[in-house]
Design a protein around this ligand. Structure first.
Ligand SMILES: [Zn+2]
Length: 396
């Protein structure tokens, strides 16, 4: 770890020295060898190569081993890796799987892309586990409450046989009596609503974040793997968008399976169409960046329909504004993230300045995690609301 960070410092200091070289390029004072500097300038004009790598320019033809591990510039990249011309340096190209794996602890222009979504994955894994462990506790709590009903309402109707029936069996009998009771003045026990749509969303988010991290870490290996990983990455984004729809649609329209089916079916069909479309290799290229963003956005905009529908249906629900605020925050995070992804701001303003930190893709990654967290917050409110309300007094 310590060597990787010192390496990062070296890279950063090298970058600042290069900026100096660029600003005072006519003097070429940073180079000890004037002739070498002239050669570099010639290379710059010949290949549009604004600042080459110190190591590679001094000994280009020898030392194969160190060259394999050296970071290269945009202009030295194989064609398939030339995705963002505003990021000039610190690329890994054609690295072995092992080298790519261990580069997770090295500074290069994908380090923060990997870590932003890797930490996001760990965060969602933690949230999933916390909720998963909580379920039996909630179930216990609910059954504890429901047990109190039989005790209070049937306290005077004592059954002698109860003394001989195990506790669990008694509860089952009591619950059955309550459920089939025609006395509606006694509030029926509420069971917690099913959690699967919530876990579908968490699983979808984890899949997206993990596949994105893997894609950023290993796509430098080969053209073949690069194409495969990019497809998985796009499929991950699509799956995250689709699964995000499950909790709100399921819980809002829980008491009207018709709309549940229409909306969940609609978004799933859109998602499948998007995945199939993106499987075409030509659509994975830089040229179709905007097209991909539009596909993802159209799935997001699809959500406006059930959101407006759900808001009208639950117009008097006190939780309506809270969930809308959460979902609006999610929309702002996702849309601004997409904006960074498409425009490639800020690196387009200062090419070469944000190679290691602060470029658009890293900002996009952070906004995706924040958007997913906002949606997670909204989902908790939906769950709590549906747990407490059930399907009573709902006019959908
Ligand atoms: Zn990414």
């Amino acid at each position: 770890m310590s060597t990787s960070f010192s390496e990062g410092v070296v890279i950063l200091s090298r970058r600042s020295s290069k900026r100096k070289t660029k600003s005072s390029s006519s003097l070429s004072s940073s180079s000890s060898d004037h002739h070498q500097a002239e050669m570099d300038m010639k290379k710059l004009h010949d290949h549009g190569h604004s600042h080459g790598h110190d190591k590679s320019k001094s000994n280009n033809n020898n030392n194969n081993k160190s060259k394999r591990r050296a970071l290269v510039s945009f202009w030295e990249l194989p064609e398939y890796m030339k995705d963002n011309e505003f990021i000039h340096n610190y690329y890994r190209a054609n690295w072995s799987i092992k080298e790519a794996l261990f580069s997770v602890f090295r500074w290069h222009n994908e380090t923060l892309n990997v870590w932003t979504h890797l930490l996001g994955f760990v965060l969602f894994l933690g949230l999933s586990m916390a909720n998963f462990i909580q379920i039996p506790q909630i179930a216990d709590l609910i059954s504890l409450i429901t047990r109190s009903f039989p005790i209070s309402s049937y306290a005077n109707v004592s059954h002698n046989s109860e003394d001989f029936i195990p506790q669990g069996t008694t509860n089952l009998i009591d619950l059955k009596q309550i459920n089939t009771s025609s006395e509606m003045d006694i509030a029926p026990p509420l069971t917690p609503v099913t959690r699967w749509p919530f876990f579908v969303f968490l699983a979808g988010s984890m899949f997206c974040l993990l596949s994105s991290s893997i894609c950023h870490l290993f796509s430098c290996h080969s053209h073949n793997l690069n194409i495969k990983l990019l497809r998985i990455d796009y499929a991950g984004i699509t799956i995250m968008i689709i699964t995000s729809f499950f909790p709100p649609i399921y819980y809002i329209f829980q008491c009207d399976s018709h709309w549940q089916f229409v909306y969940l079916g609609g978004i799933t069909a859109m998602g499948i169409f998007t995945i199939v479309t993106l499987l075409s290799p030509s659509l994975s290229t830089a040229k179709f960046r905007t097209f991909r963003a539009l596909l993802f956005c159209s799935m997001g905009f699809f959500g406006i329909v059930p959101a407006v529908h759900g808001s009208f249906v639950n117009w008097d629900n006190p939780k309506r504004d809270v969930t809308l605020a959460y979902e609006a925050a999610m929309a702002v995070f996702y849309l601004s993230g997409t904006g960074f992804y498409v425009t490639r701001v800020p690196e387009r303003w200062r090419p070469g300045w944000f190679d290691l930190a602060g470029h658009s893709h890293q900002i996009f990654h952070v906004l995706v995690v924040l958007g997913a967290l906002a949606h997670y917050g909204a989902t908790l409110v939906f769950l709590e609301w549906r747990d407490s309300v059930g399907c009573l007094n709902i006019n959908v």
